[in-house]
Design a protein around this ligand. Structure first.
Ligand code: SF4
Length: 176
C-alpha cells in the first residue's frame, strides 16, 4: 500500500505560524477520511522539523521560490526582515529523509506555504499578494522523484497512487 506524506496542518495539527490548522473542505472529504482509516497518511511539518516553534512569525520567500532558496539565490525572511532560510532548508531535508525512509512516492502539501506551497507562494513582501512557485520542501521532494500535489488536487493524487499500485502489483505478478 502506497503511503503519502501530508502537511501536518492539513490533518488537523495546529502547527501553522499562528498556531492554527489548515483543515478545510478538502480534508473533510471522504477520500482523506478513507486514506486516514487505511493508515496511508503520514503527517509531517517541515517547519517544526526545521526547528521552529509554534507560534512563530510568518515567513515568505523573497526574490524567488523554493528552487532559488535551495540554490542559495533567494532567502526566506520573517516579517520584520530576519532571514530564516537555513531552518526551511533543514526542514525540507528532514521531510525528504522521512519520505525516503518510508519509501513514500507521493505527497499532499499545503498550497501557499513557503515550505509546502505546490503552485503558489506569497510574494515575499508581506503584502498578501501571491506569485507562482513551489515552496522549499515541495521543490526538494519533486527533485527526488516524489510527486507533490496540493490539497485541492487530492483526486489527482488518488489517480497517481492507484497507478503506482497497479504498476507494483503487475511487477509482482508471476510470469505464465
Ligand atoms: Fe503546514 Fe507545511 Fe506550514 Fe507545517 S510547514 S504548518 S505542514 S504548511
Amino acid at each position: 500500500m502506497e503511503r503519502l506524506l501530508v502537511s501536518a496542518c492539513l490533518l488537523g495539527q495546529k502547527v501553522r505560524y499562528n498556531a492554527t490548522d489548515a483543515v478545510g473542505a478538502w480534508t473533510r472529504a471522504d477520500l482523506f477520511g478513507h486514506w486516514q482509516a487505511e493508515g496511508r497518511l503520514l503527517a509531517f511539518c517541515p517547519e517544526l522539523a526545521g526547528g521552529f516553534p509554534v507560534p512563530r512569525p510568518p515567513a515568505e520567500i523573497a526574490g524567488g521560490a523554493g528552487a532559488e532558496v535551495l540554490a542559495g539565490a533567494a532567502e526566506v525572511i520573517e516579517q520584520g526582515g530576519k532571514p530564516v532560510t537555513q531552518f526551511f532548508v533543514l526542514g525540507a531535508h528532514r521531510a525528504l529523509m522521512e519520505a525516503q525512509r518510508l519509501g513514500i512516492r507521493a505527497a499532499i502539501l499545503k498550497e501557499g506555504s513557503p515550505s509546502c506551497g505546490v503552485h503558489l507562494l506569497y510574494q515575499g513582501d508581506f503584502s498578501g499578494r501571491m506569485k507562482a512557485g513551489r515552496g522549499v520542501t515541495t521543490e526538494l521532494l519533486e527533485r527526488h522523484g516524489i510527486r507533490v500535489f496540493s490539497e485541492q488536487e487530492a483526486e489527482l493524487a488518488a489517480a497517481f497512487v492507484a497507478d503506482l499500485e497497479r504498476q507494483t502489483s503487475a511487477s509482482h505478478r508471476p510470469l505464465s
